[in-house]
Design a protein around this ligand. Structure first.
Ligand SMILES: Nc1nc2c(c(=O)[nH]1)N[C@H]1C(S)=C(S)[C@@H](COP(=O)(O)O)O[C@H]1N2
Ligand SMILES: [Mo]
Length: 199
């Protein structure tokens, strides 16, 4: 007996149309980072959004877990050319966190434990496009992939998805993050192949 009907909408087979230009598919999950893996204890974990007027809103680990979570299935694309399709995550939408934040800023600088930063327009964090993710493929997010929690912003190259995320600073000025100040593209849209600053 087949349980697969014509209307079946499970994980579809990946096809070339799902791969941005210059990317290849990988089935493993490479670890890429600029420094060592920081050990971030859940008891000490805080996530802080700081607005353009210096107002701070913070969540503890417990408070994050108590918020409604989502389970996005998304494709991820690293600027080193590997892509993974249909990865499954669990986390809190940035829309949920921003419900408690009053801001008219346009720019976000994301900060991580260990000092990594990455910048993006605030609007790219909103409207269902980004999460603070704490589970990957049904398991707690491993430390080497950014656990306890990382930013997940899959429509941009994966360097924007800051591991061990600690907070977001909002501002009226755009401030380049770690890779952006080393020659990588300021925005990083994989479908427009925005790898380096002059792409
Ligand atoms: N804190 C932090 N986040 C980071 C990085 C980093 O060096 N430090 N590297 C980025 C890059 S270049 C990529 S491709 C992805 C890799 O995530 P992964 O190691 O889980 O595959 O993390 C991004 N987030
Ligand atoms: Mo990367």
């Amino acid at each position: 007996m087949s349980i697969v009907s014509r209307g079946f909408r499970g994980r579809r087979e990946p096809s070339d149309e799902d791969l941005p230009p210059g990317q290849y598919l990988t089935s493993d999950f490479p670890v890429l980072q600029a420094g060592p893996t920081p050990l971030v204890r859940r008891e000490e974990w805080r996530f802080t959004i700081r607005t353009e007027v210096g107002a701070e809103t913070s969540w503890t680990w417990r408070e994050l877990l108590d918020l409604p979570s989502e389970r996005p299935t998304v494709d991820i694309h690293c600027v080193t050319r590997w892509s993974k399709l249909g990865t499954t995550w669990q986390g809190v939408s940035l829309d949920t966190l921003f419900e408690d934040v009053e801001t008219v800023a346009d720019h976000a600088l994301v900060r991580s434990h260990g000092g990594y930063t990455t910048n993006l327009p605030l609007e790219d964090l909103l409207d269902g496009k980004a999460w603070i993710a704490y589970r990957f493929e049904g398991e707690d997010l491993p430390a080497e992939h950014g656990g306890p929690a990382r930013l997940l912003v899959p429509h941009l190259y994966f360097w924007k998805s800051a591991k061990w995320v600690s907070g977001i600073d909002l501002g009226h000025e755009d401030e380049p993050g770690f890779w952006e100040s080393l020659g990588y593209h300021n925005y990083g849209d994989p479908w427009r192949e925005q790898r380096y600053s002059d792409d």
